[in-house]
Write a protein that binds this ligand. Structure first.
Ligand SMILES: Nc1ncnc2c1ncn2[C@@H]1O[C@H](COP(=O)(O)OP(=O)(O)OP(=O)(O)O)[C@@H](O)[C@H]1O
Ligand SMILES: [Mg+2]
Length: 348
């Protein structure tokens, strides 16, 4: 099998290393890749966002499977571009990748699916957002979380301890700091608890969950610095008990996969759920349409000799829908099935 990995970070390096261990993989290409992976993969000088050149390369080079690392090509529709050319690709359609591309979409999806998550309000005008902030009681009402709707490289989220902080986050978003990503803003209830990441492979009907992982979010020793997009991670999350883990799969992951199928945007690929385990049980913080970077592919790789893309998820049957929440399909789809559980010991 000739495999193309799209992306250039530590995540893609990890994917290349995992793929290289498979006896079924003969040759690996990486576009654009990085020098660290050059011993295992042939670097191809095409940026990860140049979807058409990637597709043309894959066709010309006889690539059997493409594995996409970063979110932006997926949100841009790389899966459809490849499927349209009869090429196999690991990753969700553009419609399904909106679960990461738009936090408002993800929230609406959660609401329709009955998934527990933080209460929120969304705004596309600054005055309304500021009026909402002014209605929050100082003191008790804080912290509050301000998020831009679109992707902002991990910088679009502010956990605000005061009205002033929240206001400046709202003003920055509407001033265009994050470009189009900040045209809509969410103001969200702050959830207290322990954070974990849960990953699952799915073809939209079957769900194969992985061992949960946990980020080191704060910079500096002892976690004393500000929150970041993640400074590293470990897995499994030993503190998580099996009941909580089962609840995450049953109450968060499965209904979301089901809901996406119901709206005509079945999810194929790796779904990454950001979870807060609160006193009231696990709640969803967010979803990503890919592995985390740089940490996950190495330690969450499936058992056995299959590369991530050998799962049925690459077949990508469903790429027909626009993913509009209001256009529910009339035919009744069965709830996706959980297939097997990762082998790891809880709570050691
Ligand atoms: N409602 C909330 N309550 C408490 N903390 C939150 C909440 N929402 C987000 N956070 C914190 O902010 C971090 C980033 O939020 P979120 O995951 O929504 O943003 P992101 O930019 O998509 O992140 P990533 O880069 O991990 O995809 C979370 O990992 C969590 O630590
Ligand atoms: Mg995210």
């Amino acid at each position: 099998m000739r495999v193309l990995v799209v992306g250039s970070g530590g995540r893609e390096h990890a994917l290349v290393e995992v793929l290289a261990q498979s006896p079924r993989v003969e040759e690996i290409f990486a576009a654009p890749g990085n020098p660290g992976m050059a011993q295992l993969a042939e670097l191809v000088d095409i940026p990860a966002d140049d979807l058409i050149s990637l597709r043309n390369f894959a066709r010309a080079a006889g690539i059997d499977l493409t594995v996409v690392g970063p979110e932006s090509p997926l949100i841009g529709g790389i899966a459809e571009a490849f499927w349209g050319a009869g090429l196999k690709i690991f990753g969700p359609s553009r419609a399904a990748a909106r679960i990461e591309g738009s936090k408002v979409f993800a929230k609406e999806l959660m609401r329709h699916a009955g998934v527990p998550t933080a209460r929120f309000e969304a705004f596309d005008q600054m005055p309304a957002a500021l009026a909402h902030l002014r209605s929050i009681p100082p003191g008790d009402g804080y912290p509050i979380v301000v998020k831009v709707d679109g992707i902002a490289a991990g910088k679009g989220v502010t956990v605000a301890g005061s009205y002033e902080e929240a206001e400046s986050a709202v003003r920055a978003a509407f001033a265009g700091t994050f470009g189009a990503a900040g045209e809509r803003v969410l103001v969200e209830e702050y959830l207290m608890g322990r954070e974990a990441s849960v990953f699952a492979l799915t073809d939209g009907r079957n769900i194969l969950p992985f061992v949960p992982a946990q980020d080191y979010k704060r910079v500096y020793d002892g976690g004393e610095g500000p929150n970041t997009g993640g400074m590293g991670a470990y897995s499994p999350t030993m503190w998580m008990d099996p009941v909580t883990y089962a609840a995450i799969l049953e109450e968060i992951v499965t209904p979301i996969v089901h809901q996406l199928a119901l709206i005509g945007a079945p999810y194929t690929g790796l779904l990454y759920a950001g979870i807060m385990v609160t006193d009231e049980g696990p709640k969803a913080l967010e979803f990503n349409c890919r592995f985390g970077d740089p940490r996950d592919p190495g330690f969450v790789a499936p058992d056995g000799d299959g590369p991530p893309g050998s799962a049925r998820s690459v077949r990508g049957r469903g790429h027909r829908g626009a993913g509009d929440l209001l256009v529910h399909r009339k035919d009744r789809l069965r709830r996706p099935r959980l297939r097997g559980l990762p082998r790891f010991v809880f709570g050691r």
